[in-house]
Write a protein that binds this ligand. Sequence first.
Ligand code: KG4
Ligand code: ZN
Length: 399
Amino acid sequence: MRESSGTGLILGIESSCDETAAAVVRSGATALSNVVASQMSLHANYGGVVPELASREHLRNIVPVVREAMRRAGVTFAELDAVAVTEGPGLAGALLVGITYAKALSFGLDKPLISVNHLEGHIHAVLMEARERSEAPMELPLLALVVSGGHTHLYLARHDLAKQQGSNSTWTYRNVGRTVDDAAGEAYDKVAKLLGLGYPGGPWIDALAPHGNPRAVPFTFGEIKHRAPREGVTNKKAPLNTEGPHFDFSFSGIKTAVLRYVETHHLRASIAVRRDALAADPSITPKNAAHLCDQQTLDLIASFQYAVVGNLQRQTFAAAEALGAHSIVVSGGVAANTELRRRFQAEADRRGLPIAFPSLALSTDNAAMIAAAAWPKFVAHDFASEDLGATPQLRLGQK
Ligand code: KG4
Ligand code: ZN
């Protein structure tokens, strides 16, 4: 393998869902470029990500996006030390576009290839930005809530210095909670769609909730029960890690409760009017859409968000306390939520726990987080093999 330039330059590539992204990051700390080609407007017509369309768009975007990331970073391919790519979890066809391209690039350049778990990437987005601001490292073990359209997971993360020179990654993750059904972002998207709002739903509900009364509709969350798996059958709903306490989530119930509210309060007609108004006027954005909602709908939106954020907050802080976490990281698309940030920050302050969120740009999917998560693997010489494939159900900390 060709000598690296030794400047710690890693090109990250991300294509797990509906964003084609590439970024160059130096030593896991400084993003020299971060380019994201979003397919959001394409999928908005369908109210969700269409896998076949996503793969086709990734194919169309991958070369210009990588070139643009290199151009903005002012770096040549020869100067790179490694190429990092998302291995999973995500859509198989979408992941394959990034992986195939990264493999070809690493082979052609004779540079190491590093595979990264998308969820690990979300956590490292926060750690990278803390390094960028030259802040003291987050105290370990840290509890990471990764909350997005596809995931709601809690991980207890440690940095194991003893493994630094070994073949394994230096970071270790223990899954201590996850959703047993819908992800929190999925609930945002489905409720927004049900109420005739735009896609993705998170930013719409985020912007409209302050206009409503969060206590108008008292949504509740029940206790989550796990069925014991039958012998020889893997129970998808069972906790991933059976050791120790577990802090799971469930968001399908609240989605059904919102649907029931819509039915019993006869909101269907006003929803249809709103959907048509939005379709007819592309200048309406989440920030100027309040006039399209009556007070009852605004109260429903505010109550939904209050309940979801409250549930995320209770589980996360209960886990932090029970597991002795010394700091908290919240990442993923839903971490962009205004109310979530405010309430998590207030609770962390009350408990004297350091907490960190990514910048809004790095909350949603991007490739800087992939290049950042690849850095400790690069240092540990934890490289991917030439036959790396896509792993749509890849788990973190379960290898
Ligand atoms: O991390 P991400 O870009 O993609 C996945 O890996 O899923 O997250 C996208 C999710 C969507 O469900 C979107 O509705 C949600 O993040 N989201 C938000 C906000 N911005 C994006 N949810 C709540 N409030 C927001 N401001
Ligand atoms: Zn994501």
